[in-house]
Write a protein that binds this ligand. Structure first.
Ligand code: PLP
Length: 233
């Protein structure tokens, strides 16, 4: 089933790229493996998957230890400041930076380990109260506040769109995130580039690609439904 799912998603990505006149290599597929056991990740690895997304620090660390070292790990979930130190040397990219204090903690831990950490700013485009993220209005000031942190490289923006039945309903959200990234890029701030747009999940990644996503985060579409009841996540 995993193999078929991967083929299906890959095909959808290719079709969306074709519709949008984009190259396939402009879009990175992140296999969101949260709640799934290491054995399933290994199966995906053996099918060629090298980019995995996790949303819990402990789970990411456990899987990191057990799986091959050529995997690229992405932290996509809300990150607590006291846990930053455990993952900054293990992940390629932190998608979910949503406060200046979190950015400052990453800076401090990165300096201590002599690293430069790639991050995205999470933007709550839809303004949903239940979601983390900087509001579009706060974004310009947020960018200025973290631009001076030299052990951080801001690579772009991330958003989690609302859960909708019809993916078309999220097109505006993706369009808005892209516009925000263009506005920021035009300011040419030091340490800030806007080459990554992380947007689109199982229900809406095709639309996100049409609107400029460079990373899509697909969990259910690859691994099937998650069972939160069994492992309590
Ligand atoms: C779980 C999760 C995903 C994947 O969601 P699916 O709908 O299963 O594709 C993507 N992004 C984030 C931030 C997530 O937490």
């Amino acid at each position: 089933m995993l193999e078929e799912n991967l083929k299906f998603v890959e095909n959808e990505i290719q079709e969306a790229c074709r519709r949008a006149g984009r190259r396939r290599d402009e879009v990175t597929l992140i296999a969101v493996s949260k709640t799934k056991p290491v054995s399933v990740l290994k199966e995906a690895y053996d099918l060629g998957v090298r980019v995995f997304g996790e949303n819990k620090v402990q789970e990411l660390m456990d899987k990191y230890e057990e799986l091959p070292k050529d995997i690229h790990w992405h932290m996509i979930g809300h990150l607590q400041r006291n846990k930053v130190k455990y993952i900054i040397d293990k992940v390629d990219l932190i998608h979910s930076v949503d406060s200046v204090r979190l950015a400052e903690t990453i800076e401090k831990e990165a300096a201590r380990k002599n690293l430069t950490v790639n991050i995205l700013i999470e933007v709550n485009v839809a303004g949903e109260e239940s979601k983390f993220g900087v509001s579009p209005e706060e974004l310009p000031e947020f960018v200025e506040q973290i631009a001076g942190l030299t052990h951080i490289r801001v690579q772009g923006l991330m958003t989690i769109a609302p859960f909708v039945e019809d993916s078309e309903a999220n097109r505006r959200i993706f369009e808005d995130l892209r516009k925000l990234s263009v506005d920021i890029a035009e300011k040419n701030v030091d340490n800030i580039t806007m080459r990554i747009l992380s947007m689109g999940m199982t229900n809406d990644y095709s639309v996100a690609i049409e609107e400029g996503a460079t990373m899509v985060r697909v969990g259910t579409g690859i691994f099937g439904a998650r069972n939160y009841a069994i492992n309590g996540r």
